[in-house]
Design a protein around this ligand. Sequence first.
Ligand SMILES: C[S@@+](CC[C@H](N)C(=O)[O-])C[C@H]1O[C@@H](n2cnc3c(N)ncnc32)[C@H](O)[C@@H]1O
Length: 476
Amino acid sequence: MKKLRAVSLFSNCGAGDVGYRKAGFEFEVMAELDPRRLEVCLLNHEGAEGVAGDLRVTWPTVIKKYRSRAGKTRPALLCACPPCQGMSSARSGKGSHDDPEAGSKDERNLLVTIVAKVALELQPGILVVENVPAFFSRKVHHPEDKEPVSAANYLISTLAENYVAFPIITDLCDFGVPQSRNRAFLTLVRKDLPGLKDMLKIGRTPFPRATHALDVGNSKPVTIMEALDSFGLPELDAATPTSATSAEYAGFHSVPVWNERIYAMVAAIPKSSGKSAWENEKCIHCGPVNVSADTIECPICRSPLLRPIVQDEGVYRFVRGFKSSYRRMHAERPAATVTTASGHIGSDYTIHPTQNRLLSPIECALLQTFPADFKWGNTLSKYGHSNVREMIGEAVPPAFTKMHGQVLRSIFLRKWEIAPMPQSDERVKKGWDKLAAAARKDGRTDPRTYFNLSLAPKPSKEKIKAFTFEAPDCNP
Ligand SMILES: C[S@@+](CC[C@H](N)C(=O)[O-])C[C@H]1O[C@@H](n2cnc3c(N)ncnc32)[C@H](O)[C@@H]1O
């Protein structure tokens, strides 16, 4: 088997690509906006060439660098995970999913056009895109006709001449990731790969079959406590600088120290309850008190309850924002999604199920399934905890990408290493339903039409002839 060359766009610290590498793909070029992230990425992908900077400007350099290394050989794999922050309307100010004006305002949502440009130039055997599920429905203005289109449908239709698209929407805990992480994946496979026909013949998709889901063989997800216990890390406590840091693990097992009030607020949330500080019925001075959900001050001493409360011009009020914050993770469920904000108590679900603290960077990395041999170099001392936490939160869990990579490699090998996901799987259906609903609303072609190989136009022989695959059985 000759090497399966790969290119990565929006690489972050290269975590997701570690999984594809472990499955047998070798990255030639990796591109990332933030040079600090690229530095870590290249530590983990020895031999890859990095392209730092904004891909809207640097994408021709990616092509040039790839060609200077591989000539006309097409990459087997192009991985592209554009940023997802602009996709979610859960954050304030993002507007409705159906508003292309709002979607296009955030330029990050248009980065999918760069993915299309690179794919059209390099013609990879397989293109993989990961994002939040809103990627399938969030509308932007089509770069050419200016009409509304979802970012994913834009990509599918732009590449439809030569590629067949396969979507899934899944919680990655279904694949053994000890964390609930709901994500959308698109895998586009070139129509001329012989392995594609093999796969379609057996009614499968270019994704691994779920391994830890109730709907598959009665298996079940890994809980946060099962995962954390298996790591065997020492306990931490956010009360003091000494108790909040472990001398081992080079600073990676360390959490922010809280002031007395924040500490007391978290300590008041019953352990293993999955409850939040918003539900606390306790005063720091008077102990348990009988109060309602909207009470702010202690009925006995008038000081603020142990709830997310701030003083604003002399008056106590609840912290503004979502009531999903200031909550302990559930002990008997997979961890809550590890985000870039894992170092903040007031954001998302970040509190340890039983200890009075947040999760440490090493715990976040392990819950994101970073392998133990992942290299960080001196990133932590050079750039600080927040940077490391952001890289971890942005990553695609490598345990999943390894399995995904094994399935993709099988398409080139024409031999299945692990079981691919059936087309009838509910995760596939969810993906198609969301894409089709978005296309219907926009008056665009149902993306499933492109899936029917006999309906889609044949790939242009001329374009294909210019390239050859190095992998056996994959020549056009
Ligand atoms: C979701 S992360 C990619 C995750 C990655 N696949 C992993 O597994 O670690 C998206 C990355 O795109 C980068 N990015 C955002 N805008 C960019 C741009 N205009 N050009 C290049 N990279 C960009 C961000 O810095 C971030 O690291």
